[in-house]
Ligand binder design. Structure first.
Ligand code: TZP
Ligand code: MG
Length: 216
């Protein structure tokens, strides 16, 4: 499967995002068909360093059993130490160029972008994919910027240098099909799965809504 295909249903989660045990939520999300997982441990209830590493290893093993790539948010050292498949960085984190210079060639580097300029720079620096947003209002990121909307998303897509793209921010089953019609390769969600009463069913529903039809 190509990275572009892997972006179809990108689940992001840390312990603070979950209503149930993180291991259980990830297992259900995997059973529901997520195609990529990002470990993003932040917030008030986030674990300490030792516990973070232990949880990362536990979730990584579960992803491996389902052949789903495991990416770490922000923390390049943790990602390298545990042999993660890659890292995802925002604009405040280490630059894509610096990470590219010190990581194995097949290490996936994802970058966040909220504007044409950020998308162009990440692409120039060697990012493997772009996470664009927040598209809609989100309750899952304390310092989130103002949402760009579906039109804002569509306006950035021509400037991604052909990189695979995933939309993020406030996406759930009610808007997923509209988001996909902008031309992104997939959607990245936290709460639509992590806070769902039934994460497996939530993931499975999003999976079918993100499936490309032959005519697309
Ligand atoms: N980056 C931009 S929006 C966001 C991140 C990490 C949070 C997305 O969470 P949700 O619950 O899917 O809106
Ligand atoms: Mg970050």
């Amino acid at each position: 499967m190509t990275l572009r295909q892997r972006l179809q249903l990108y689940f992001i989660m840390g312990s603070d995002d979950c209503l149930h045990a993180p291991e259980q939520v990830v297992e259900e999300a995997l059973a529901g068909g997520i195609t990529l997982f990002q470990f993003r441990e932040k917030g008030a209830r986030a674990h300490s360093d030792t516990a973070t590493r232990a949880l990362a290893l536990e979730l990584q093993q579960r992803c491996r059993r389902h052949d789903v790539p495991f990416v770490v948010n922000d923390d390049v050292e943790l990602a390298l130490a545990i042999g993660a498949d890659g890292v995802h960085v925002g604009q405040q984190d280490e630059s894509v160029a610096a990470i590219r210079a010190r990581c194995p060639r097949n290490f996936i580097i994802g970058a966040s972008a909220i504007s044409r300029e950020e998308a162009e720079r990440a692409s120039r620096e060697g990012a493997d994919y772009l996470g664009i947003g927040p598209v809609l209002a989100t309750g899952s990121k304390a310092d989130a910027e103002r949402p760009i909307g579906l039109q804002g998303l569509a306006d950035i897509l021509p400037f991604t240098g052909g990189l695979p793209t995933v939309a993020i921010g406030g996406i759930d089953a009610s808007c997923c099909a509209r988001v996909m019609r902008t031309g992104v390769d997939g959607v990245a969600v936290i709460s639509a799965i992590s806070r769902a009463a039934a994460p497996r069913q939530a993931a499975a529903g999003l999976k079918s809504l993100t499936a490309r039809q032959p005519a697309d």
